[in-house]
Design a protein around this ligand. Structure first.
Ligand code: FAD
Ligand code: FES
Length: 253
């Protein structure tokens, strides 16, 4: 883990309320895997805490993260211009480890798609991805070219303005019987992950399933316990240090 002063290479809007910022690191930190995240200073002294963002593209010394404008931190971040320097702590957390799997179902919703894109990019040459991606509406659709690196891609929207009107979990379940998957990976809003866990159980789908969680964070490195989630055995886990990727059976959603 390193705390580096990175240079903003670009910072642009890619969909409604979503921006992609590309940072050039002062040194090569190797490939940052899908699921791993950075703790990025927003560049505004008023937002002292850094913001956790999943890495979407890792290429040499450049990393790109995509962020939805939610509150003060991301709003300010969207105003940061090319050439500015931002402090970034990376790489943080674990990742989707697909070493033992070949055919992988990907279920993503909203800003949860970004770590999934990093995973698809990393493995698309030797694994088959069957991706089910849900967006709010047509205006929120982004990075489709990256998602198309999947062997099969189904995009759905809440209002049917792009693709079918559906959600990602339900779209997957309609196809599930026809896909011989070795693993399922997912990232999205808590309600999506909760429904996924419930539906896998109801449908007797025993395929190993790994999810990446997004909790509010403080330090991002295991020290402050702001990000604790409940584990299935009644214990606690730190999302930043023990995750953010967990086996869906090991955590409470
Ligand atoms: C491991 C990890 C990876 C993430 N990856 C991405 C990503 O790739 N793209 C992206 O857009 N966002 C991502 N997030 C969420 C992102 O960190 C928050 O949206 C961001 O910190 C909000 O900062 P803010 O100052 O704009 O909003 P704040 O003013 O801090 O909060 C605004 C609203 O967002 C909610 N919020 C704040 N932090 C989180 C959080 N961690 N999860 C859910 N809701 C939150 C608050 O409850 C509040 O309602 C990730 C979070 C984690 C933990
Ligand atoms: S954010 Fe501090 S322990 Fe996880």
């Amino acid at each position: 883990m390193k705390d580096l002063l990175a240079t903003v290479k670009s910072n642009k809007r890619i969909a409604e309320n979503i921006h992609m910022i590309t940072l050039t690191l002062p040194e090569d930190c190797g490939l940052i895997h899908g699921g791993q995240f950075v703790n990025l200073s927003t560049g505004n002294g008023a937002n002292l805490l850094r913001r956790p963002l999943g890495v979407c593209i890792s290429e040499g010394r450049d990393i790109s993260v995509c962020y939805q404008i939610k509150g003060g931190g991301t709003k300010y971040l969207s105003t940061v211009e090319e050439g500015r320097k931002l402090q970034v702590l990376l790489p943080l957390g674990n990742w989707f480890d697909l070493d033992d799997f070949k055919d992988v179902v990907v279920i993503g919703g909203g800003v949860g798609i970004f770590p999934l894109i990093a995973t698809i990019r990393e493995h698309c040459n030797n694994k088959n991805f069957y991706s089910y991606i849900g967006f709010r509406n047509a205006g929120a659709v982004c990075l489709e070219e990256e998602l198309k690196k999947s062997k099969k891609l189904t995009i759905v929207t809440d209002d049917g303005s792009y693709g079918k009107k559906d959600n990602a979990v339900s779209a997957y379940l309609k196809d599930a019987a026809g896909i011989k998957a070795d693993a399922i990976i997912a990232c999205g809003p808590p309600v999506m992950l909760r429904v996924l866990k419930q539906k896998l159980k109801e449908n007797g789908i025993l395929t190993p399933c790994f999810v990446s969680l997004e909790e509010r964070m403080g330090c991002g490195m295991g020290a402050c316990l702001v990000c604790v989630c409940k584990t299935a055995d009644g214990g606690n886990a730190r999302v930043c240090r023990d995750g953010p990727v967990f086996n869906i059976d090991d955590i409470e959603l």
